[in-house]
Design a protein around this ligand. Structure first.
Ligand code: HEM
Length: 181
């Protein structure tokens, strides 16, 4: 087994870990805030956190995609089975797609009902779309379906990463960790 040394560059690592932390906060916040019978102040706080952090995440994801497009990732080791590198490629593609779909559908779900997004409202940004119940309901359905797909694919991604870090110890984990590597 060849141990690889070439890892991702520092900006790619920071963007990865900041996105990871924020997504791992957004998912429980989203799941909890939609529960019935939650105390109103807690629900409001979670909604405000979720909507505004979601917008910040969207900007980070766009930045990440631009960076990824301009800097090819380091090559995988030659002796990695083809199915594994294909599975990794597909997983990463699905994660990028879902990380774009989640904030976009969340934004449309909120704005098509003309609900506030406090940070954007403070900047004077309008709702950017007409009030539409059908649009809001469609965006809500997309948001919920994509949330569960994201949770499933993230579970696979994290399991594979931990397997490389703890069992195989083949250098794949240190391509992305630590952030300042
Ligand atoms: C990567 C970014 C995001 C992630 C991972 C995420 C995740 C989630 C999750 C897991 C839920 C719970 C789904 C359910 O079981 O009902 C949820 C609900 C929700 N999210 Fe997000 N979200 C993101 C971005 C956003 C953004 C940017 C907004 C709005 C600006 C938003 C607004 C909402 C709203 C309003 C709900 C409640 C949906 C409903 O009406 O039932 N989300 N989100």
């Amino acid at each position: 087994m060849s141990l690889i040394t070439e890892g991702y560059r520092s900006p790619a690592r920071w963007l990865h870990w900041i996105t990871a932390v924020l997504v791992l906060l957004m998912i429980p916040a989203g799941l909890i805030m939609v529960q019935q019978g939650l105390p109103r102040p807690l629900q409001d706080t979670l909604f405000i956190f979720h909507k505004n952090t979601g917008v910040i995440l969207f900007l980070l994801i766009v930045l990440r995609l631009i960076y990824r497009w301009r800097h090819k990732p380091p090559p995988l080791p030659d002796d990695m089975p083809v199915w594994q590198s294909q599975a990794a490629g597909l997983t990463h593609l699905a994660l990028y797609a879902l990380l774009v779909l989640m904030p976009v559908s969340g934004y449309i779900r909120v704005r098509a009902d003309h609900f506030p997004i406090e940070g954007l409202d403070a900047l004077g940004m309008g709702t950017l779309m007409p009030k539409s119940e059908i649009l809001a309901a469609t965006a809500q359905a997309v948001h919920v379906i994509c949330a569960f797909l994201l949770i499933a694919i993230l579970a696979l991604h994290i399991a594979a990463a931990l397997q490389h870090a703890l069992l195989r110890r083949d250098g794949i984990w240190s391509r992305m960790w630590p952030p300042n590597g």
